[in-house]
Design a protein around this ligand. Sequence first.
Ligand SMILES: [Zn+2]
Ligand SMILES: [Zn+2]
Length: 326
Amino acid sequence: MSELRRNPVTGQWVILAENRVERPQEFAFQEVALEDFQCPFCEGREQRTPGETLAIRDATSERDGPNWRVRVVPNKFPVLDATSNGAGNIMPGVGLHEIIIESPRHLTSVTQLTDGEFAEVLLTYHRRLDELANQKKSAQATLFKNSGPMGGATLSHIHSQLIATGAASAILIDRGPAFEQHAAEHGECPICEEVQESEKREGRIVAATEHFAAYCPLAARFAYEMWVVPREHAPYFHRLDASLLAELAGFFRQMLVKLEAIVKLPAYNYIVHSAPFDSARANHYHWHIEILPRITNLAGFELGSGCFINAVYPEKAAATLRNAKV
Ligand SMILES: [Zn+2]
Ligand SMILES: [Zn+2]
């Protein structure tokens, strides 16, 4: 059982999830040899996770058996559970928390996947978000990856997570109003503006394909922070034409390879930002994937002020990433 509490001073929500302390902590027990650590995400250990909600697997294989390529399972230690509603500053933690296991093999970076394998991972994100949007039980969903201990990962086997909050508990920050305000002031969506600017000069652009672009944002919070975006304005990732997922996979993976080429042992988070499912402001939203390298820890000033200090100008970061040998 988890609980949501809203701080009346800051207005921010906190999820209290006591059962999380029982999670397996591979990184916290480095003295345990990796081969002795029975990774619950490897093929052949399907019984060590809750039953799958979705999988891309061989046609002849059986549910919760081997011969899969991507598997989605409920998190054994969820931060939210599917229970009743509440009100005010304290509510039960209502929602859904799933793990997307991105390979049957014990790989530790998605850059070790082929473009085709990574395309199936993105297809899984796409399908799962599409299902949640259609079920109309969730208001918002956050799809994210923690990579490396500095990125908050507790298991090294590549995986990402999906947290969806119930329709009654819109606790996540909706970027819709900021998009709307920018459009009202500048007559244009801020991401469309970046894409158009990148067509004129290199600036903060890292690379582009026919349908996608990657750039370091004007006010990047982290050194080498990169946003991967569709060049055409669109609010929802799950409505992207599935035929474009292969192009996105090749491009997105290449951006991660570039990051790994310039930052040793990279830890990062990436987050798929898509408009809230039921937002009246969704049309203003431009979906985007943020790649946030975690080179330094968040410190007192960031925590105290909410303002980030970044030691690498995004213009310089973009030039370094552009020229990174991949
Ligand atoms: Zn594994
Ligand atoms: Zn746009």
